[in-house]
Write a protein that binds this ligand. Structure first.
Ligand SMILES: O=P(O)(O)OC[C@H]1O[C@H](O[C@H]2O[C@H](CO)[C@@H](O)[C@H](O)[C@H]2O)[C@H](O)[C@@H](O)[C@@H]1O
Ligand SMILES: O=c1ccn([C@@H]2O[C@H](COP(=O)(O)OP(=O)(O)O)[C@@H](O)[C@H]2O)c(=O)[nH]1
Length: 490
């Protein structure tokens, strides 16, 4: 099979450069190895009609990386507008932050259609297209409209919200109808899949028994594929990184003091304000902890041209300065707040230096930082993960200290508990989490999805729409299919 993977953001970063976001970070090593063609945005725009849509096509491992310059007239409306000011807030249950226009929607559809036309050049008889994320909900339908009958898979990296929340997105119905052009629709968690099916059932009136939906496009299967990491790679990076100047300087600067670490894009979904408030509250309620613990918050700037993101950057800078001003001493600063990125090799060393990992999003599709923090720990003296119950990762990492990110007092108490947790309990919790990470790696995620996509399309091919029986679960017993594909597949 010839696999074409499509995502808005692509990466060719080496292990020595920072990654922008979990999608590109996760895909790079597996796409590189698979020999797939990875198609995405170059991050640049072009005016007017393009004769040659790809700015660059270059080798990537055993395959290729193809980057498109997007139409200048539509890029802003597509990326900053509809994708990140309508879909992103709604998918993270923040419909109050939706700020979009009909023009944005038109641009979103134009860019989906532009990608579809560009993808035709990669179509071979045995090609399968695997489309990533909310930027391309309608790309499958655009490909079908161009006559593409190949397997089409889609994976959503973000949460899918409750039915009435998605109903707050302008053109929500058209978008979900378009999604049914995909043979396979993958989600991070069962909750996300169930929310999607509840929309399809309630708003579109389609049968969703067994996670299978029949529409004018044929059959779409909805399933769960929690994205993973390569835990062995992070463990190896962490063991080696101690000698890296950034890591050794951090260690020296701590003078025996404990460290809590947070690593996030500056995004309202990440719960950074509540996290800083919780750290502040802990120092206020338990002043004896001053000088015995500090917080390193790596906060990489993201989507800064969008007002909600710019406002958050300002709010966070002010909050950090306020907390440091109140609790700091001439020779002690409670929060080190850095708006810059680090390579994953250095990050692994920073994770390992910290006795507590703080991952407290209000909503998050998965959150790979949570998994990376665990994988980077020293097995004989592991740190403690404090994890929001609203991160997709909490489904697997259920022996972390789970918190409600809206309960600032509760988080303050939990951070203090993490700091004083006995070694035996830390080891037991960590070993249970490592077992989960080893059982669902990024390589497994990739292989499971591709295998399921092939199976889903076989069923679609063999089953013309008019001959489908009324009960799709009879046609397609999901449990037995799942058993054949692997235990992570549900
Ligand atoms: O490309 P950007 O606009 O700079 O944003 C970065 C990425 O953010 C989101 O990442 C998601 O994917 C991760 C991996 O599955 C997951 O762990 C995390 O919870 C998600 O937020 C977004 O979905 C990507 O498309 C962006 O590239
Ligand atoms: O300085 C940094 C900060 C983050 N990351 C990577 O960015 C990804 C963030 O993914 P996550 O799923 O946690 O969140 P997202 O940003 O995708 O919402 C992780 O793989 C991190 O290792 C990085 O390489 N350097």
């Amino acid at each position: 099979m010839n696999l074409v993977v499509v995502s808005n953001r692509v990466s060719r970063a080496s292990a020595n450069e920072p990654m922008t976001g979990g999608l590109a970070a996760a895909l790079l090593p597996v796409v590189e190895k698979s020999g797939a063609i990875w198609v995405g945005s170059s991050g640049r725009v072009r005016d007017g009609a393009q004769k040659e849509p790809f700015a660059e096509i270059e080798a990537l491992g055993a395959g290729a990386l193809a980057m498109l310059d997007l139409p200048a007239a539509h890029y802003g409306g597509y990326y900053e507008g509809f994708a990140n000011s309508a879909l992103w807030p709604a998918l993270h249950s923040r419909t109050d932050l939706i700020c979009t226009s009909h023009d944005d929607y038109q641009s979103y559809r134009e860019v989906n259609s532009f990608f579809a036309r560009a993808l035709l050049r990669f179509r071979k008889p045995d090609t399968a297209f695997w489309i990533q994320d909310y930027h391309f909900l309608a790309l499958g339908a655009e490909l079908r409209a161009l006559g593409v009958t190949h397997p089409l898979g889609f994976f959503l990296h973000t949460p899918w919200p409750a039915r009435d929340i998605f109903g707050g997105v302008p053109h929500h119905r058209e978008l979900v109808e378009a999604m049914l052009a995909y043979d396979l629709i993958g989600f991070q968690t069962e909750g996300d899949r169930d929310n999607f099916l509840s929309y399809v059932d309630g708003d579109l009136g389609l049968d969703t028994t067994g996670g299978v939906v029949m529409s004018r496009y044929g059959v779409s299967r909805c399933a769960v594929f929690p994205i993973g990491i390569d835990p062995a790679k992070f463990a190896a990076h962490a063991a080696k990184a101690a000698s890296h100047p950034d890591v050794s300087r951090l260690r020296r600067s701590l003078n025996g003091e404990k460290l809590a670490i947070g690593v996030d894009r500056v995004d309202y979904s990440k719960g950074l304000v509540n996290r800083l408030d919780a750290f502040d509250r802990m120092l206020t309620r338990q002043p004896q902890l001053k000088r015995s613990v500090s917080l390193l918050q790596i906060a990489t700037l993201s989507r800064g041209t969008i007002e909600a993101y710019g406002d958050l950057q300002n709010q966070l800078a002010k909050l950090v300065s306020d907390i440091n001003g109140r609790h700091g001493e001439v020779d002690w600063t409670p929060i080190r707040y850095l708006n810059k990125g680090f390579s994953q090799t250095v990050l692994a060393g920073l994770y390992r230096t910290a006795q507590v990992g703080l991952v407290t999003p209000l909503h998050d599709g998965m959150n790979l930082v949570a998994k990376e923090y665990v994988a980077a720990q020293n097995p004989v003296d592991p740190g403690v993960l404090v994890l929001s119950k609203y991160a997709g990762a909490a489904n697997e990492l259920d022996t972390a200290l789970l918190v409600n990110p809206h309960d600032v007092d509760g988080m303050a108490r939990t951070i203090a508990t993490a700091l004083s947790m006995p070694l035996l309990e830390r080891r037991m919790r960590w070993e249970a989490m490592m077992a989960k990470l080893r059982a669902g790696t990024i390589q497994d995620w990739f292989a499971d999805f591709v295998e399921a996509l092939q199976q889903a399309h076989v069923v679609n091919d063999k089953t013309p729409v008019e001959t489908l029986p009324v009960e799709p679960a009879v046609l397609w017993p999901v449990q037995s299919l799942g058993a054949g594909v692997g235990s992570r597949f549900h």
